[in-house]
Design a protein. Sequence first.
Length: 166
Amino acid sequence: MLLTSLLTQLCDQSDEYSAVLSDFYSANGNGSQHATDSELQQCLLRMFMLPGQSPAYIIIDGLDECSVTGGVPSPREGALDIVEGLVNLQHPNLRICVTSRPEVDIESVLSPLAFHSISLHDESGQIQDITEYVKFNVRNDHMTRAWREEDRELVINVLTEKADGM
């Protein structure tokens, strides 16, 4: 899913990228043959190897929300493999940004690859923003306004604590 999304989004950015994908589509029986992930990765690589292209920015938000079940490899493992492969290309016109909660499997793959890493997980500003967001919504929701003040405060405290920086 990640590969097909990247391919189609890149095609919207460049006629040359579209031509590469069109050739790939034709070579695969105009959609009658199912392309493997490896073949899709090679198509993506051909796009990045085109001369004279502007830098490509790939932003993958919420990688931790990708399923860890549902196949071998799981969708998350597949996405991590793709990210790892793209980073290892060390292509000068490719920029990658991945956001995620600090999950063990994700950190074990991404930490060695990271050029620059920023953790907002335990930042006081992040925690304060979450607290203010929860307070605003609990206090302004038409259903929770009818609750006792103690109940609203309990909900605010529990949600803020359980948010765990997210």
